[in-house]
Design a protein. Structure first.
Lengths: 217, 551
């Protein structure tokens, strides 16, 4: 297995870049779709009920099945003058976009409510939530392996297929899990650290202002 | 009796051929001037009036042969645009045996039988497999000139012993191939593509590690040294004899004469030499040479002897007893809505069995995943807030990888471990998938329960709050992860669980229908997620109503 690593690791890292690429595109798509839905729900106008219904529908969408649906049923689509063919990569991006749209909409509505009630901390937490959602989508983009997107999981899958011993296969997967765990736990700890600092930065002045307000006659 | 009749017919045709060619030779002086245009047109008109195809061929001295292009080394255009290949040379030989010139008409798999039926070609030699179903549309010349089979091809380092060893492996296939049913029945996971050429691209790019397709398709690729060094055929199955075909209307005599010629090509070894020349020689041709050279099969009467000729395979899947009603329903939907739907999963027993098994496994998987998520959430909630340090440490060691690894990779790990233990049944795969889904979602939900527990301890110190109070406080997260487990359950297909995604992909692979099939799948899972979401919300509401007991 050791002789495989020098060949495997560069391929794995380039596969991981594909995962990040997919997550970035899906999050951007989710924000584009989710922001108007959140605005419609928050302002409680005529569009509020259909927007809420659409978000509820988006929440039930199983990403893995949508990906297969898009690959097998939708040949492509037009966006303005441009035509897009439904590649497996695009199918993964679009299926994650639906998940991201529901997530962005839910959290943006909550953040706007908090902002209105005078709590900027909760609104700032929305940004942290987006960062967290981004990394969740990096991991979820591993679903692409099932439709032929060459990303980190696919590279791992191809590598383990060349190992004849089950022990070596388990070892390689554990190594990959180890890499993922080290990277992502570091990221999650950084997110929590920033969240704590944000809390401190915004919470104290707000508390002080409230106390001052309470002391006023 | 039938053999005697065929023999008589053949002898009569042979005599007629001799007379025809002798008359032709006698009538034609060595340096004959070309016929005037009007006379030639009149002759062609007379020839085309003939009902019998053989008479027309002999009259016009041309044999219109439908051939394919772009299918090396069987039929393709060279750099100069001339048709080359095994089938082209074979057509020359057969036309030569009739004393006529071949005129090639390019056909495709989609229109080859239609052109034959319309009389626009006299014969088709176009990589066409002889099946019982095609026997109704054309008259196949026997003996067959080639036999293909579906091969599973992959990188050389992969060791796959046979069909039964495919269980759990992903195989890339083209949609509509009838042999896909055999792969799915043997537990292979199928990945679908529209064109065979895409399979080779995917193989090279790493998107597929195993592909299944007709061996004739790979013949030209395996002649390339670089391709042959990297990939090889693992095994073959579903042999399919290839035949030249003529029209059912008036083509009987032509088929008989061509059968005689084909028999001679086998006996003389000319067909094998031709195959060798184009790099498509196969054990089938050697076996056929031996067979037709034997005492029993070297006779004219053997052309109808079941001991000598190969019976065409039956490729039709057994229809369900209610298939006609499904057709009626499809027509009704089309008339009522203008939308054409194809409910392929209800039309054959193979598809129906796959569908029912898929629904059953999906329901079991979702119920199992929900219960496992619930159970692991409680376990992690209790473990992560335990007063025992070692238990908290152990729980974190499991929690961190669960939070940081793609679900699909965890599924693959479970699949490898289960495979290494020698357990390959679908139920074992289901149990492993339930475990992974439960751990993945339950650990995250458990962390929420643990965080709720810690806040409760802060609020109620020094009293020790119960776990149920923490669950009550973290109920929204519990619901979210239970729903997440349901949404993620189709990913279990990568572990070889025959749930609905897996089952319907298999159905689509051999029925050629994907739009209705995948729409049905999407609706099924969305309804399933909505039901679980609804039930979870009911639980949450009841918990809120009895909140006083927990809070």
């Amino acid at each position: 297995m050791l002789e495989l690593l020098p060949r495997f690791l560069p391929q794995f890292l380039s596969g991981l870049l594909v995962n990040f690429e997919i997550a970035i595109c899906a999050l951007l798509g989710g924000m584009l779709l989710g922001a108007p839905l959140a605005a419609a729900r928050f302002h409680n106008g005529l569009a509020a009920a259909p927007a809420a219904w659409l978000v509820a529908l988006l929440r039930t969408v199983p990403t893995f099945v949508v990906m297969f649906f898009l690959v097998n049923v939708v040949p492509g689509f037009h966006l303005g003058q441009r035509q897009f063919a439904m590649t497996p990569w695009l199918a993964v991006v679009l299926s994650l976009t639906l998940y991201a749209a529901a997530y962005v909409s839910d959290h943006a509505v909550e953040a706007m409510r908090q902002l209105r009630s005078g709590s900027p901390v909760a609104a700032m937490l929305f940004v942290m939530g987006l960062v967290r959602a981004f990394f969740v989508m990096v991991l979820s983009s591993g679903f692409g392996a099932a439709v032929g997107v060459v990303e980190a999981t696919t590279v791992t899958l191809r590598a383990i297929e060349t190992l004849p011993k089950a022990g070596d296969r388990v070892l390689l997967i554990c190594l990959v899990i180890g890499i993922f765990t080290a990277c992502f736990q570091l990221i999650y700890h950084l997110i929590n650290h920033w969240r704590g600092r944000l809390n401190q930065r915004f919470h104290r002045p707000v508390q002080a202002a409230r106390l001052e307000g309470a002391e006023q006659p | 009796m039938q053999a005697v009749a065929v023999m008589r017919r053949l002898l009569a045709i042979s005599l007629a051929l001799l007379c025809f060619s002798a008359a032709g030779q006698g009538a034609q002086p060595p340096q004959q001037a070309p016929l005037p245009a009007a006379q030639a047109a009149q002759k062609n008109r007379n020839c085309n009036d003939a009902v019998d195809v053989l008479s027309r061929v002999l009259c016009t001295k041309t044999l219109r042969v439908g051939v394919r292009t772009g299918y090396p080394p069987f039929a393709f255009e060279d750099a100069a645009g001339a048709l080359q290949g095994f089938e082209i040379d074979l057509a020359h030989q057969l036309a030569g045996s009739l004393g006529v010139e071949p005129v090639f008409v390019v056909v495709t798999p989609a229109n080859r039988l239609a052109l034959l039926g319309e009389g626009r070609v006299d014969m088709v030699i176009a990589t066409m497999g002889h099946t019982l179903q095609r026997d109704r549309e054309a008259l196949f010349v026997r003996p067959h000139y080639y036999q293909s089979q579906t091969i599973v091809l992959g990188r050389k380092e992969l060791a796959i012993g046979g069909l039964v060893k495919l269980r759990g492996n992903t195989v890339c296939v083209t949609v509509g191939n009838s042999t896909n049913a055999e792969l799915s029945v043997n537990g292979a996971r199928l990945k679908l593509f529209d064109r065979a050429a895409t399979l080779v691209d995917e193989l090279r790019l790493g998107g597929c590690s195993l592909v299944a397709q007709d061996d004739s398709f790979f013949a030209s690729y395996l002649q390339q040294p670089a391709f042959a060094a990297a990939y090889d055929s693992k095994f073959g199955f579903a042999p399919l004899p290839w035949g030249a075909a003529v029209s059912r209307e008036g083509g009987e005599r032509l088929a008989d004469v061509l059968a005689l010629s084909m028999q001679q090509l086998h006996i003389s070894g000319a067909l094998q030499s031709l195959a060798r020349k184009h790099g498509v020689d196969s054990p089938f041709l050697a076996q056929q040479h031996k067979l037709w050279s034997s005492g029993v099969c070297a006779q004219i009467s053997a052309l109808n002897d079941p001991a000598c000729v190969i019976a065409p395979p039956d490729n039709q899947l057994e229809p369900t007893s209610f298939a006609p009603k499904v057709d009626q329903l499809e027509n009704f939907i089309h008339q009522a809505t203008g939308t054409r739907v194809t409910l392929a999963m209800f039309k054959t027993w193979v598809a129906m069995d796959l569908l029912l098994e898929g629904v059953w496994f999906s329901l079991l998987l979702v119920v199992g995943a929900v219960l496992a998520t619930w159970g692991f959430a409680l376990a992690f909630g209790a473990g992560l807030t335990s007063h025992k340090r070692w238990l908290r440490g152990a729980m974190r060691c499991v929690l961190w990888p669960m939070q940081s690894t793609p679900l699909i990779l965890l599924m693959i790990l479970a699949s490898v471990v289960v495979g290494a233990m020698g357990a390959t049944s679908p139920l074992v795969a289901l149990a492993a998938a339930v475990l992974v889904l439960g751990l993945f979602n339950g650990s995250n939900a458990g962390q929420a329960v643990a965080e709720a527990m810690l806040t409760l301890r802060e609020e109620r110190a020094p009293a020790q709050p119960a776990l149920s109070s923490a669950v009550y406080r973290a109920r929204a997260q519990m619901v979210a992860f239970v729903v997440n487990a349901t949404r993620g359950s189709p990913a279990a297909s990568v572990m070889g669980v025959p749930e609905l995604l897996s089952a319907l992909t298999d159905v689509a692979s051999f029925s050629s229908e994907r739009i209705t099939t995948y729409t049905f799948l999407l609706i099924f899972y969305m309804v399933l997620v909505a039901v679980v979401h609804r039930l979870a919300n009911v639980w949450q509401s009841r918990l809120a109503l009895s909140g006083g007991a927990y809070a």
